[in-house]
Ligand binder design. Structure first.
Ligand SMILES: Cc1cc2nc3c(=O)[nH]c(=O)nc-3n(C[C@H](O)[C@H](O)[C@H](O)COP(=O)(O)OP(=O)(O)OC[C@H]3O[C@@H](n4cnc5c(N)ncnc54)[C@H](O)[C@@H]3O)c2cc1C
Length: 468
């Protein structure tokens, strides 16, 4: 009988001096891991959505970079290919990932196209020499390292379609000729993951288009891949928040300043309370993510609901970054070392609020989706916020700014983003209350809702999100 793998034990057994090497771990270390143990289980025929998310979470406890490398390979390559092109997966790719330590990634972003996918200029065209892909991409995780790519491109034959181009992902094998590295970027964090600028001029390596159906169907499928991937982001932040809380908890209990432990100072206790709460909330978000990903794998499912994926991603990444920043403050000078987990965490977790959908943009999307749902009988903004506060035994806050700020029923865009983040924190507050989280663990969510409602009241029509 096959013994089920314990991902926590597997990743705990990895040498921390390699994982926390200031220069980053070598690519061969990552490939070796993928050929063995828990990591190999990610691609096996018996892998499950929950099992894979648990692997990524457990990796995140040891190294954000390692978890993100696994997350990129699984969420941005193997999962979509297994789902949308299962025959090609089995015939051409499965063995490489199962036994060869292969890595996969996704190239969407271009120098002129990030948030706005419609501006994608990379082109797929079939001519006398067969299919070809041409374009320039940047910021793809595992640049110049991955063996396979999903490349977002517009279909040149389908015409310009400027406002709504015919987009698809193309499954490609990487060769130095087809994916030429033009420039390696010097990233501020995530030291083991290569990033850069790539020129694509591919021919033989193009295995197939990933998606089928109409232009609109494919657009929906592209988004459903990205929604699913956002769930994996909350698994990584769950591991990261737990590690930050454990490391900094040990530190404040043992570090003496002016003859007393740090843990005895009120300010340190306030920071610790927020970090502990982040751990608890991240755990709830991870559980919600596992449940939604499992449901999305059921036959006939349309995928992870956009609103849930966006809410989980925004709140998980905001809280994890805040926890890392707070832990750095408590750790003092030692937090500036790149050979410690907390020392790396602030830089490593910062871009989580930018990639996989910039949080500001997702907040706007959350607002707009809620507004649309309210028009067809769904909960209003006021009910959602007041309902969440009531569930946490708090008095109803004023939401007047959101009524006063609207001109002809339409809110200024900055206020929409602010409202979207309030809705996101309110939704997560409800999930946490439903799962019985204790009062102190709800505090960061209540504080953020109060703060954002306050800035809507005091701000002008251009009030928007303010980072912390
Ligand atoms: C570490 C890292 C890893 C990445 N990994 C990948 C990868 O694997 N594959 C890949 O394809 N890409 C990847 N990216 C790219 C990333 O997805 C993009 O940087 C992101 O989508 C934003 O695009 P952009 O940089 O072009 O910024 P822009 O589109 O110019 O947006 C910049 C900022 O403008 C603001 N903004 C834009 N539109 C709006 C709006 N409507 N409302 C409010 N604010 C708005 C937001 O604050 C946004 O962050 C990665 C980036 C980083 C930093």
């Amino acid at each position: 009988m096959h013994k089920p793998l314990d991902p926590d034990a597997f990743f705990r057994s990895l040498p921390s001096e390699i994982l926390l090497d200031p220069a980053g771990y070598p690519p061969e270390f990552l490939r070796g891991l993928l050929r063995a143990g828990a990591a190999r289980a990610l691609f096996g025929p018996g892998s499950t959505a929950r099992g894979n998310l648990e692997i990524v979470r457990a990796a995140g406890y040891q190294s954000v970079e390692l978890a993100l490398s696994l997350g990129i390979t699984v969420s941005l390559f193997t999962d979509p290919v297994r789902r949308f092109a299962p025959d090609l997966w089995r015939a051409r790719l499965e063995e490489g990932f199962l036994a060869g330590g292969w890595l996969g990634g996704m190239m969407i972003t271009e120098p002129g196209c990030g948030t706005d996918l419609m501006a994608c200029q990379t082109e797929y065209r079939v001519d006398a020499d067969g299919p070809g892909l041409r374009g320039t991409k940047h910021w793809a995780g595992l640049t110049d390292l991955a063996d396979c790519w999903l490349v977002l491109a517009r279909d040149g034959q389908a015409g310009k379609g400027y406002r709504f181009p015919s987009l698809n992902f193309y499954i490609c094998r990487a060769t130095p000729e087809s994916f030429a590295l033009l420039k390696r970027y010097g990233p501020a964090g995530l030291r083991s993951i290569p990033y850069g600028l790539t020129r694509i001029a591919a021919r033989e390596g193009i295995l197939a288009p990933l998606l089928s159906g109409s232009k609109t169907d494919r657009f929906r499928q592209i988004h459903s891949i990205l929604h699913r991937s956002r769930i994996s982001i909350s698994a990584i932040t769950c591991g990261a928040c737990a590690r930050i809380a454990d490391d900094i908890g040990r530190h404040v209990r043992t570090r003496a300043v002016f003859g007393k432990t740090l843990a005895s100072y009120g300010q340190a206790q306030a920071r610790m309370a927020e970090i502990e709460a982040a751990r608890e909330i991240a755990r709830v978000l991870h559980e919600v993510g596992c449940r939604e990903a499992e449901a999305a794998d059921a036959p006939g499912s349309a995928g992870v609901p956009a609103q849930i994926a966006n809410i989980a991603k925004v709140v998980a990444t905001d809280l994890a970054f805040a926890a890392a920043t707070s832990a750095s403050q408590l750790l003092g000078g030692e937090s500036y070392r790149t050979d410690t987990y907390i020392g790396r965490a602030t830089a490593d977790l910062r871009p989580f609020r930018i990639f996989e959908g910039s949080n500001d943009v997702l907040c706007d999307a959350i607002w707009q989706a809620a507004e649309k749902a309210a028009k067809t009988g769904g909960e209003s903004f006021a009910d959602a916020v007041r309902g969440a506060c009531a569930a946490a035994d708090r008095p109803a806050p004023s939401i007047a700014a959101f009524a006063a700020g609207s001109v002809d029923g339409a809110l200024p865009q900055g206020l929409r983003c602010l409202g979207g983040r309030i809705l996101a924190n309110a939704a997560v507050l409800r999930w946490c209350v439903e799962r019985g989280l204790p009062r102190p663990a709800l505090q960061p969510l209540l504080a953020r809702i109060a703060r954002d409602l306050g800035s809507a009241e005091t701000g002008s029509a251009c009030a928007g999100l303010v980072e912390y």
